[in-house]
Design a protein around this ligand. Structure first.
Ligand code: NAD
Length: 259
C-alpha cells in the first residue's frame, strides 16, 4: 500500500523534468502535493496530470532565489494542507556555461542564487513547519557537484552543486534532533528540459572539451537516464522505507560517474 498516504510534499521545479516526475510518483504513492515553479503553464499541467490519477495538488509561483517568495511558499504550503512532511528541493539551472576567465560575476551569482541559495532558503523556511513531527528533505545536486569535473565552462554550476552536497550534510546533522532526514541525490545525465536554461558562449564552443568517455554512453544503459527513474528514488527517500538514511549522497547515473 502507498506509504505516503496523507503526507504533504513540496516539490520545487515541479513543472518539468525531474521535479515533475517526482511529483507524479509522490502523488501516485498517496501524497498531497505543493508544486512550486516559475513557469505557470507547466505547473498547471502537472497539477492536471496529478488530478487525472486522483492525487491532489496546489500550485505556487515562486522564484527560489527570492527569500520573501520562498518563505511565503512554505507558509502557504503548510497552510493549504495543514502540515508538511516532505520537501524535494530540486529546482535548478545550468546557467551561463563559459570558461572562468570569461565568466561575468553577475552570471556566477545568478547560478549560485538559484541553485545554492535557493536550496538553503527552501530548507530554512521548511523547518518551522516540520520540526514538530519530523520528515524528509531531498536535495537535487548532480554528479558534477561530486565527482565529474570534466566539462569546460561548468565552474559555477559544479560549484553550486558541490555546495548543495556540503549543505545537505550539515542540514542532516543539524536537523536530526527534529527527526528531519536530509539526503542529496546526484543524477547523471537525465532527459529533461534543462538545456533550455543553458547559455553557452561562442568562446566556449571554440574550446575542445576533453571528453572522458564517449558522449551518451553509460555502463548500465545506452544514453541518459529517465526522470521517472529519479522520481522513484525520491519517493523511496521520502518514505519510511529509508527511515535510517540521512546525510547520504546517492548517485543515480547508471555508473556514468565511474567512467
Ligand atoms: P528542467 O529545466 O527540466 O526543470 C527545472 C525546473 O525548475 C523548471 O520547470 C524551471 O522552471 C524551474 N526553475 C528554474 N529556476 C527556478 C527558480 N529560480 N525558481 C523556481 N523554479 C525554477 O531541469 P531538470 O533537469 O529537471 O533539473 C532539475 C534538477 O536536476 C536541477 O537542480 C539540475 O541541476 C539537476 N540535475 C539535472 C540533470 C540532468 O541531466 N537533467 C543532471 C544532474 C542534476
Amino acid at each position: 500500500l502507498p506509504d505516503l498516504k496523507d503526507k504533504v510534499a513540496v516539490v520545487t521545479g515541479a513543472g518539468s523534468g525531474i521535479g515533475r516526475a517526482a511529483a507524479l510518483e509522490l502523488g501516485r504513492q498517496g501524497a498531497r502535493l505543493v508544486l512550486v515553479d516559475l513557469k505557470d503553464e507547466r505547473r498547471e499541467q502537472v497539477k492536471a496530470e496529478l488530478a487525472a490519477m486522483k492525487a491532489e495538488a496546489v500550485t505556487l509561483d515562486a522564484d527560489l532565489s527570492d527569500p520573501v517568495r520562498v518563505q511565503w511558499a512554505f507558509d502557504e504550503a503548510a497552510r493549504a494542507w495543514g502540515r508538511l512532511d516532505i520537501v524535494f528541493a530540486n529546482a535548478g539551472i545550468n546557467g551561463v556555461l563559459t570558461p572562468i576567465e570569461d565568466m561575468k560575476p553577475e552570471d556566477w551569482d545568478h547560478t549560485m542564487f538559484v541553485n545554492l541559495k535557493g536550496t538553503f532558503l527552501s530548507v530554512k523556511y521548511a523547518i518551522p513547519h516540520m520540526k514538530e513531527k519530523g520528515g524528509s528533505i531531498i536535495i537535487t545536486s548532480s554528479i558534477n557537484g561530486s565527482r565529474v569535473f570534466s566539462n569546460f565552462g561548468m565552474s559555477a554550476y559544479s560549484t553550486s552543486k558541490a555546495g548543495q552536497v556540503a549543505f545537505a550534510k550539515m542540514a542532516a546533522l543539524e536537523l536530526a534532533r527534529y527527526k528531519i532526514r536530509v539526503n542529496v541525490i546526484c543524477p547523471g545525465a537525465i532527459t529533461t528540459h534543462i538545456g533550455e536554461n543553458t547559455h553557452s558562449t561562442p568562446e566556449l564552443r571554440k574550446i575542445k572539451i576533453p571528453v572522458q568517455y564517449p558522449e551518451g554512453s553509460m555502463p548500465l544503459e545506452h544514453g541518459p537516464g529517465k526522470p521517472e527513474q529519479v522520481g522513484e528514488l525520491v519517493a523511496f527517500l521520502a518514505s519510511g522505507a529509508s527511515s535510517h538514511i540521512t546525510g547520504t549522497e546517492l548517485f543515480i547515473d547508471g555508473a556514468e560517474s565511474l567512467l
